[in-house]
Design a protein around this ligand. Structure first.
Ligand code: ATP
Length: 298
């Protein structure tokens, strides 16, 4: 790759850079399970002994640059790699190959807070706040707001293990949302709250989005995606299919899923191939971790 003809410029302000990221999950083989047999395995092997190891290609060599000020929606069918991308960006899992660069620690709403079930909700607020880098003074100043967002005023002094899974999710969300993250990740699949909480969390999410440097939002709701984002990335079976205007990308995605729903698989996959071949590939070059900067070649 040489000089001016291929490198139009250096991106001044990327927030997140995914550099040829691939993710393969190795699914535990039934052979391995057999070494530590569970009741289920003992039962199943009588029916169908089938030792097997499966590697799932959750993401295939994906490059993506999210700039400061962008709100990027991630769409795709079940199992297309959306949550995997979020887990990679948040650092919960490491890519099999490639790298993720970020200007600061991304905060994933709902899951980042490492809480202790034996401790009361209020003690977990302190713990989660400290884990997010807040000082005791900052936690104290935001305590009432966290409790209000969680909607757990009556149960905040009870041990977290007594909470329902929705209540736990609400507390984790409220704690994660009390910071002002520069890079905000929202995986809608994690939203387990009731309608009242959904409205409250949306309000807080809107505030965070306004303040955040950039946002990545995974959702199956195309309305949410169109309402909340200015750019949409469509993943399918770990491949990037489209990256562009929300209206345009969601329209093509709907066309694709409608074709599949009607059983027109050939037409659907022709469309997929056509869109993929016209995708402008982003090659991230020279993205040193220290400078957290990147050059793009389009
Ligand atoms: N921990 C894991 N171990 C093994 N395979 C996994 C794991 N997590 C995800 N996968 C597989 O990786 C692929 C992508 O999964 P991922 O959860 O990223 O998809 P998704 O687009 O978020 O799906 P959904 O819309 O259903 O939430 C799927 O085939 C899934 O089965």
């Amino acid at each position: 790759m040489s000089g001016d003809s291929t490198v139009p410029g250096v991106l001044a302000d990327p927030c997140v850079v995914a550099e040829n990221v691939a993710m393969k999950y190795k699914v535990i083989s039934t052979e391995e399970q057999a070494k530590t047999p569970s009741l289920g395995w003992k039962f199943l092997r009588r029916i169908k002994p089938n030792p097997n190891t499966v590697t799932v290609n959750a993401l295939n060599e994906l490059s993506l640059i999210v700039r400061r000020g962008e709100s990027v929606g991630v769409i795709g069918r079940n199992g297309s790699g959306k949550s995997t991308l979020m887990k990679l960006v948040s650092g919960q899992v490491r890519p099999t190959s490639g790298a993720i660069h970020a200007t600061s620690t991304p905060i994933m709403l709902g899951v980042n807070a490492a809480l202790v079930p034996e401790l009361a909700g209020d003690q977990n607020v302190i713990l989660g706040g400290l884990a997010m880098g807040l000082t005791m003074e900052e936690i104290e100043a935001r305590f009432d707001e966290i409790v209000e967002v969680s909607g757990l005023e009556k149960s905040i002094h009870l041990p977290m293990k007594s909470y329902s899974s929705g209540m736990g999710a609400r507390l984790r969300f409220a704690i994660a949302a009390c910071g002002n993250p520069e890079i905000l990740l929202v995986d809608e699949a994690l939203n387990t709250g009731d309608a009242q909480f959904a409205a409250r969390s949306k309000r807080r999410m809107d505030e965070l989005r306004e303040k955040a440097g950039c946002v990545l939002l995974v959702s199956h709701s195309l309305t949410t995606i169109k309402d909340m984002t200015g750019r949409v990335v469509w993943l399918d079976k770990g491949d990037l299919i489209m990256d562009g205007e929300p209206k345009e990308v969601t329209k093509k995605y709907m066309e694709f899923t409608k074709l599949l729903a009607k059983g027109n698989n050939n037409s659907a996959f022709e469309l997929r191939a056509e869109l993929r071949s016209s995708l402008e590939m982003v090659n991230v070059v020279n993205a040193p971790e220290s400078s957290r900067s990147a050059q793009v070649v389009r």
